[in-house]
Design a protein. Structure first.
Ligand code: PMP
Length: 292
C-alpha cells in the first residue's frame, strides 16, 4: 500500500504518497492511541462526509484527545484528496493519532496528527459473493463491555480482536466472523453491522457496545421508507437458526447478503435485495431519501 503514486493529506498539506511516513516511536503504534474513519467516494463525492468527519472527532474525544481540525476543515481535507487523486469511485481512510514526542503510557505532550488517504477500491466482497451471500462463522472473541473499552469510538485498538476473528474465519474457509458481545448476545461482524429479517420485519442488535454504523442508520431509514418495520433490540445467537434473511451493513461492505452462518444456510431474500438496491441508488444520488 505504501509504494504507489498519489497524494495523501497529512497535517494540513498534500504530500506524495511515498513520503507520508511516521516514526517508529509513534505513540499510537505502541499504545493504540489512534482513531480512524472509512468512507466511500461515489461519482467523486464522499457519501455522508460530514457524518464521518464528526465521528472521527468524537472517536478521538472518547480516547481523550482533540483533533486540531474542525469538522469543516476535515471535510475540506477529504475533498482535496478526492481532487488531488482525481478519484471518482474510491475508499477513503482518514486517521488521527498521537505522535512520537513522548514515549510511555502517559502521552499528554504528543502532537495529534491527522492524515487522509484514498484509493480506487471495488466491492468489499466480490460481485459473485454478493449474489450468493457471504459465509460467516462465529468469532472466538467477544465485543467488550462499554466500561471495558471505549466501544463507541472507532478506535484502532478495538480492531485487534476483529483482525484476529477475521483471520481465524478466513483460515477456516469463511469470509467473515460474527461476534457475540460480553453478555453472549449477537453484536456485529468484524467490520460491519448485523441485520436479521424474520416474518417481513427487520431486527438488529442495540449498539451499546459496538459501532452504531452510519450505513446502519441509513439502511434503517431506507427500510422504514419502504414501510418495513425495523426493531432494535437485544438479540441472541439462537435467533440465527430461524432467520429468513441476514445481511451486513458498512461503508465498505455496503449492504452485503449473508448466505451461511456456520453451516446454517440462507437465501439472499427480497428485503436484502431491495435495501441493497436502494442503498446503491442512494449513494449515487439516484434515490431521494429522508435519510439523505
Ligand atoms: N462495525 C465495525 C466494527 C466497523 O468497522 C464498521 C465500519 N466502519 C461498522 C460497524 C459499520 O460502520 P459504518 O456503517 O459507519 O461504516
Amino acid at each position: 500500500m505504501d509504494d504507489r503514486d498519489g497524494m495523501i493529506w497529512i497535517d494540513g498539506e498534500l504530500k506524495p504518497w511515498r513520503d507520508a511516513k511516521i516514526h517508529v516511536l509513534t505513540h499510537a503504534l505502541h499504545y493504540g492511541s489512534c482513531v480512524f474513519e472509512g468512507q466511500r467516494v461515489y461519482n467523486g463525492k464522499v457519501f455522508k462526509l460530514t457524518d464521518h468527519s464528526t465521528r472521527l472527532r468524537k472517536s478521538a474525544e472518547l480516547l481523550g484527545f482533540e483533533i486540531p481540525y474542525s469538522v469543516a476543515e476535515l471535510d475540506k481535507a477529504c475533498e482535496a484528496v478526492v481532487a488531488a487523486n482525481k478519484l471518482t469511485d474510491a475508499y477513503m481512510r482518514p486517521v488521527a493519532w498521537r505522535g512520537s514526542e513522548q514515549m510511555g503510557v502517559a502521552a499528554q505532550q504528543t502532537k495529534i496528527h491527522v492524515a487522509v488517504a484514498a484509493w480506487d477500491w471495488g466491492s468489499y466482497f466480490s460481485e459473485e459473493l454478493r449474489e450468493r451471500g457471504i459465509r460467516l462463522t462465529w468469532a472466538r472473541w467477544r465485543r467488550p463491555a462499554p466500561d471495558t473499552a471505549p466501544s463507541a469510538s472507532k478506535a484502532a485498538g478495538l480492531y485487534m480482536i476483529c483482525t484476529m476473528s477475521k483471520h481465524e474465519a478466513e483460515a477456516a474457509g469463511f469470509h467473515d466472523a460474527l461476534m457475540l458481545d460480553y453478555r453472549g448476545r449477537l453484536s456485529e461482524a468484524t467490520g460491519a453491522n448485523l441485520f436479521v429479517v424474520k416474518g417481513g420485519k427487520i431486527h438488529t442488535p442495540v449498539p451499546d457496545c459496538f459501532l452504531d454504523g452510519i450505513t446502519r442508520r441509513t439502511v434503517m431509514d431506507l427500510a422504514r421508507q419502504r414501510g418495513i418495520e425495523v426493531i432494535e433490540r437485544p438479540m441472541w445467537p439462537y435467533e440465527i437458526a430461524t432467520a429468513d434473511e441476514i445481511f451486513l451493513t458498512g461503508s465498505a461492505a455496503e449492504v452485503t447478503a449473508v448466505g451461511e452462518v456456520d453451516g446454517h444456510n440462507l437465501q439472499v431474500g427480497p428485503i436484502t435485495r431491495a435495501l441493497r438496491d436502494d442503498y446503491a441508488r442512494l449513494v449515487r444520488g439516484e434515490l431521494k431519501a429522508a435519510a439523505a
